[in-house]
Design a protein around this ligand. Structure first.
Ligand SMILES: O=P(O)(O)OC[C@H]1O[C@H](O)[C@H](O)[C@@H](O)[C@@H]1O
Length: 573
């Protein structure tokens, strides 16, 4: 359908505010083309985009259409599925409440029950609630840590994990079949409540969730031993962690949990930070300022939907430094294995799960402790799937899951990364080390001494403009055609192309399957044991380049990272 026709349809079918916005941009053809020329992509990550009027924006109409797609799939699964219903959660972003209510209205019109949270909640609590309430699916209105102009819509299925490629394809087919205006049906919200199609949930789910999170506590005595003097500063960056994270820390026995008052208030403008992302140290500025005034052991920050956590600690010189997701992941892996061993509670078939783009250090840590290590594609949903697989086959006991992008999970009560449990485990780990007279920074250095030095770097190449997605595809194609033999003077020993599902060694002797689902990822195994990985982001217009290296010293890993970065930047230009 042409843009002019679409423009008229938007003027005919939408509310006054949307119409006005459309009219305001109508004089700008490029803007109109961008907003109406294509639909917001619905992938395995669901929808994510800038809020505003148009098919290519997050708004009431695109949210309704996506929900119609979800509803149609549920309806096709039968009456039982409709009755089981859908849990709906949301974060602190603008329009998040409105979008989640609209989703409930569409579900109600299709005769599907929904359970809507009374307030913003952490994403992992949504995943937990799906199984707790025996629902068929879940919807989460959140754009995670994206800038404030964004919102998003993620879909979960009955196993509590985000939908995988197959389910996403089913939902997408239904979305495509449903015209954004003509085929989308909504029921009046109050009427749906009256008919028992929309229920409100809240405190009771919090309590059940917190109980399961607290069960993961691995060394309560270590916490008790330092509780009188151990001090934590916590910030939710204006998001969903503001209540449950401090609560869980207090219940776990921490007596001094200070919070960053300015950032405790949920606010979609994220007014005190450049970006509400725990990966960015800048967000911790206020917390660090507070820490400088008194002896603080640990600073923790969680992102707006509280599924990812970042920490700031002091290094040997007393400087406040932000640890990376890989560093925290390794510290936690080693810590959990160590306390379980101490208590004789490490199951024979214990397994740690991480992703192919996360630190190589997970290998020696698991190997030397006789713990199985599995690597999945990027995305915590794949770790969630692995947990389900373990449960079904009985092959392994899930111990811990982490990924470089600041996502961690201990326990199987939720099937997504959980910053609530991560905050608990990190704080407890810091207490455990303090009992030994060691800081988290020193603990990490000790791990490097024991297992070798490892370094990681993520380089994101931003793609601007309307054709960003096409250019990302073209860049990946270019790399495939190029057939790299070396990077920065180091030979490539094997190349994995996850899209073609093939791993081949450069000597031509081995060609085998990758063992993972198809995905647009190129993975170069280097002669020096490093890995260079390239993939288009699934959530933003970016090509992501992951460098994973090891060496004899921090200086050596740093040099390798620089060398690979320079070489790859030249290749990807
Ligand atoms: O790298 P992207 O496709 O943009 O996804 C960004 C992030 O999304 C989720 O949080 C996944 O769990 C992460 O594994 C991923 O890194």
């Amino acid at each position: 359908m042409g843009v002019t026709k679409e423009y008229e349809r938007w003027l005919t079918h939408t509310d006054d505010h949307t119409k006005q916005e459309m009219e305001q941009v109508s004089a700008n053809p490029a803007e109109l083309e961008d907003r109406l020329g294509r639909a917001l992509a619905f992938g395995t990550g669901g929808l994510r985009g800038v809020m505003g009027a148009g098919n290519n924006r997050m708004n009431v109409y695109t949210v309704r259409q996506a929900t119609q797609g979800v509803a149609n799939v549920i309806v096709s699964e039968g009456e039982e599925a409709k009755k089981k219903g859908v849990v709906i959660a949301y974060d602190s972003r603008h329009h998040s409440v409105e979008f989640s209510k609209e989703a409930a209205r569409v579900l109600a019109a299709a005769g599907i029950v929904s359970y809507l949270f009374d307030e913003l909640r952490p994403t992992p609590e949504l995943s937990f609630a799906i199984r707790k309430l025996h629902c068929v699916a879940g919807i989460n209105v959140t754009a995670s840590h994206n800038p404030k102009e964004y919102n998003g819509y993620k879909v979960y299925w009955e196993d509590g994990a985000q939908i995988g490629p197959e389910k996403a394809a089913e939902v997408l087919a239904e979305i495509r079949r449903s015209d954004i205006f003509d085929d989308v049906h909504v029921m009046d919200f109050d009427e749906a409540v009256k008919q028992g199609l929309i229920h409100t949930i809240g405190k009771e789910i919090d309590e059940a969730f917190l109980a399961r999170v607290l069960e993961q506590a691995a060394s309560p005595d270590a916490v008790a031993a330092v509780a009188d003097t151990f001090k934590i500063i916590y910030t939710p960056f204006h998001g969903a962690g503001y209540r449950l994270v401090p609560e869980v820390l207090r219940r776990a026995g921490f007596k001094h949990v200070l919070t960053v008052a300015e950032q405790m208030k949920p606010d979609g403008d994220f007014p005190t930070v450049k970006s509400p992302n725990p990966e960015e140290k800048e967000g911790f500025t206020i917390a660090i300022g507070m820490a400088k005034k008194e002896a603080i052991d640990l600073i923790i920050g969680t992102d707006p939907d509280s599924d990812r956590a970042g920490i700031v600690v002091r290094d040997a010189s007393g400087e406040y430094i932000a640890m990376t997701g890989n560093q925290v992941g390794i510290l936690l892996t080693d810590y959990i294995i160590s306390v379980k061993k101490e208590r004789n509670e490490l199951p024979e078939n214990a397994a740690v799960v991480t992703t192919i783009v996360s630190t190589l250090m997970a290998d020696p840590v698991c190997r030397q402790n006789h713990v199985a290590l599995y690597r999945t594609l990027t995305g915590f949903k794949f770790i969630g799937e692995k947990i389900k697989e373990f449960e079904e086959s009985g092959s392994n006991t899930f111990l811990f899951g982490f990924e470089e992008s600041y996502g961690y999970l201990a326990g199987t009560y939720t099937r997504d990364k959980d910053a609530v449990v991560a905050s608990l485990m990190i704080a407890e780990m810091a207490a455990w080390y303090r009992n030994k007279g060691v800081t988290l920074y020193e603990a990490l250095q000790a791990l490097y001494q024991k297992y070798g030095y490892y370094g990681e770097r993520l380089i994101s190449l931003k793609m601007e403009g309307l054709d960003a997605l096409d250019r990302m595809k073209a860049l990946m194609e270019h790399l495939r055609e190029e057939g790299l033999k070396e990077i920065g003077g180091v030979a490539i020993t094997a190349e994995r192309d996850y899209l073609k599902d093939v791993r081949k060694t450069m000597d031509g002797k081995t060609t085998e399957k990758t063992g993972l689902p198809q995905s647009d990822v190129l993975y170069y195994e280097m002669e020096d044991g490093s890995s260079v990985i390239v993939r288009p982001s699934g959530t933003e217009p970016k090509i992501k380049l992951y460098l994973l290296v090891s060496g004899q010293s921090a200086a050596e890993t740093g040099e390798k990272l620089d060398r690979y970065e320079n070489a790859m930047r030249a290749v990807l230009k």
